[in-house]
Design a protein around this ligand. Structure first.
Ligand SMILES: C=CC1=C(C)c2cc3[nH]c(cc4nc(cc5[nH]c(cc1n2)c(C)c5CCC(=O)O)C(CCC(=O)O)=C4C)c(C)c3C=C
Ligand SMILES: [Fe+2]
Length: 416
């Protein structure tokens, strides 16, 4: 793990949304193996006093960190005419502010002593706990074009994601010179952090697109598997061990720039769900589409959530797990052993122009080689049964530098 939380106070230990186990006890899943909501247990509890350290060693926080409940993700563009020197100062100021806010502290005065003073910190997180806030910086491929004196200095594998099968991308939801990811167990803490960082960048960066995420749709080490907006457990077979992180997530290539070694490549996909259509399908169709059942989250070839799927199992002459189901296509067994770290969130933008629920999965994946994602999505985009119910509308890639040493700042070596 890249960071151990500091401080643990029972005082602030609270149950998860809805009060957890007891409240949900009457709810169950039709269609077979019933989930017991009583499983919503202590592992679901939050400790809002938890604070992560920004200077964590090799890896930035917000990657291997067990996913928090809320996300604010902001893509930004750098203003034309900005110099590398100005970007250097911005990264230094951002790094200092990130470290401060992750401790739960304001970035300067909330209430200036002079009546005509402008507050340095906007104040909406003033009395709130750190709430496990993590702040993560990413650098997009366009940062390394010829506008800012950084051409030729980008990471080796940082290239725009190519057009992929089934893409319905909207330009205004794609790309960006820079990305800021804030994750926290209190949405206001995450929002305050992004607001503060964009304020520090005023005049140098402009906002491009943003996503507010909730209900973490992925599981980290020791976490109960959450559900996405299709009601499916998401993250069961996610990367969870340090060995897998070393093998699939952290950049180790000695030919990569020093500031990238220990970093990773972040891919985002804003994926709309056709929720009304999904909600009108039988549970049997839903199971077949994903290749797992809904209540327990077990592979259709097994009984329990963590049973290893048997993609060769046959019943009445038919494969038990459809080869075009989502998990059959995505599983590492069927992709030469390749794995990615998923760290996505559910999102909603309210209603679309037709009055339908505008919601879906803000998919986030970290990997040492972006080609792993591209290969997977090329396959999924062609034949995944899930495609009937989803549309990829946003896409971006960012290089995530390694964590800075104490007293240094993010991507410092980039500026010579
Ligand atoms: C290109 C990568 C992937 C995209 C895009 C993606 C979208 C997507 N996924 C779900 C729901 C589930 N995915 C599950 C497993 C799973 N998904 C991917 C990759 C992408 N998903 C992988 C690599 C895996 C693991 C496969 C395996 O090893 O078995 C699951 C099952 C539970 C789990 O293991 O996490 C669900 C459910 C949605 C709804 C979605 C787009 C909206
Ligand atoms: Fe998936």
């Amino acid at each position: 793990m890249s960071a151990e939380p500091r401080g643990f106070s029972r005082r602030r230990l609270i149950a998860g949304a809805g009060g957890g186990a007891v409240v949900g006890a009457a709810v169950g899943f039709a269609g077979g193996r019933a989930a017991s909501p009583a499983q919503a247990s202590a592992s679901d509890a939050l400790d809002l006093s938890t604070a992560y350290d920004f200077y964590t060693g090799d890896h930035q926080v917000g990657i291997a960190t067990p996913p928090q409940r809320h996300l604010v993700f902001m893509s930004l563009d750098v203003v034309e005419g900005t110099t590398a020197e100005q970007l250097k100062v911005l990264f230094a100021r951002w790094s200092a502010a990130m470290a401060t806010m992750m401790k739960g502290d304001p970035v300067g005065s909330v209430e200036p002593s002079r009546a005509n003073g402008v507050p340095q910190d906007t104040g909406e997180a003033y009395d709130l706990s750190p709430a496990s806030l993590t702040l993560t910086l990413g650098l997009g491929p366009t940062l390394f074009d010829d506008r800012f004196g950084l051409a030729g200095k980008g990471p080796r594998l940082l290239e725009e994601i190519p057009r992929l099968p089934g893409d319905e991308l909207q330009a205004e939801l794609c790309g960006g010179d820079l990305a800021l990811q804030a994750c926290a167990d209190d949405p206001q803490v995450a929002y305050h952090a992004i607001r503060g960082l964009t304020r520090i960048g005023r005049g140098l960066v402009t906002t491009r697109w943003t996503v507010l995420g909730f209900g973490r749709a992925s599981a980290g080490k020791g976490q109960k598997t959450p559900r996405n907006l299709m009601g499916l457990k998401d993250g069961t077979r996610n990367i969870k061990t340090d060995e897998e992180l070393d093998e699939f997530v952290w950049v180790t290539d000695p030919d990569e720039p020093a500031w990238m070694r220990g970093g990773s490549y972040l891919v985002t996909r804003k994926i709309n769900m056709d929720i009304e259509v999904w909600d009108g399908t039988t549970v049997e169709t839903q199971h077949a589409t994903i290749g797992r059942d809904k209540g327990e989250g077990a592979p259709l070839s097994g009984e329990k959530e963590f049973d290893t799927p048997d993609f060769k199992a046959v019943r009445h002459g038919e494969p038990v797990i459809d080869p075009t189901s989502h998990v059959a296509l995505a599983a590492s067994e069927n992709n030469g052993g390749a794995k990615i770290l998923r760290r996505g969130y559910n999102f909603t933008d309210g209603l679309n122009s037709l009055g339908q629920l505008d919601a879906g999965l803000f998919f986030i994946a970290f990997q040492k080689d972006p080609e792993t994602f591209v290969d997977l999505q090329r396959k999924l985009g062609r034949v995944d049964l899930l495609n009937e119910y989803i549309a990829h509308v946003g896409s971006a890639i960012f290089a995530v530098p390694r964590a800075p040493r104490s007293g240094h700042f993010l991507a410092q070596e980039l500026f010579g």
